[in-house]
Ligand binder design. Sequence first.
Ligand code: IMP
Ligand code: MG
Length: 187
Amino acid sequence: METIDELKLILSPEKIKERVEELGQQITSDYKGKDMVVIGILKGAFIFMADLVRHIDLPLKMDFVRLQSYGSSTESSGQITITKDVELSLKDKHVLIVEDIIDTGYTLKYLKEMLKLHDTASVSLCCLIDKKERRKVNIEAEYVGFEIERGFLVGYGLDYDEQYRQLPGIYHLSPRYEAKGFVPSDR
Ligand code: IMP
Ligand code: MG
């Protein structure tokens, strides 16, 4: 695809596919016999979630939430609001949150606390990419696809100013954009 920004491939579609299959198998064995609801965070997680659930060989329900966080151009502030709430009943359900990236951790910490108010049986996290080094609050995902130390990533659902979500691989966006700061559109 022709792009205006400089992109460097860091995770190929094959590598992602392999890891998503492994995660799906692990989740399948961990959630056997449990009443499961998988909740995706829009928009970033939509492609990951679509691939992941096709490797979870169990009965399950799906829902989506959309969150917004305010902060500087490069980091979320911890002030989060829900712009689309869950619609399914989560009472006594084993909830698995599916997210694209954990960065500071503010978004997921907020969502996890919020979902616990629904009298769930359990709430766990599955994220495709963990940027552990950037964490501001103490939160760990039970399932992690890849740990990536630094850089701004696009593709496979991840965007820069709403662009590049459709790329089948994950790319590092040219560092000159990081120097300028980015304005994340869906957090
Ligand atoms: P945080 O953990 O609250 O800081 O927010 C994580 C959210 O920020 C993710 O859900 C993404 O939407 C967004 N985000 C963080 N890093 C990146 C990136 O490298 N590319 C695209 N979006 C990112
Ligand atoms: Mg997101």
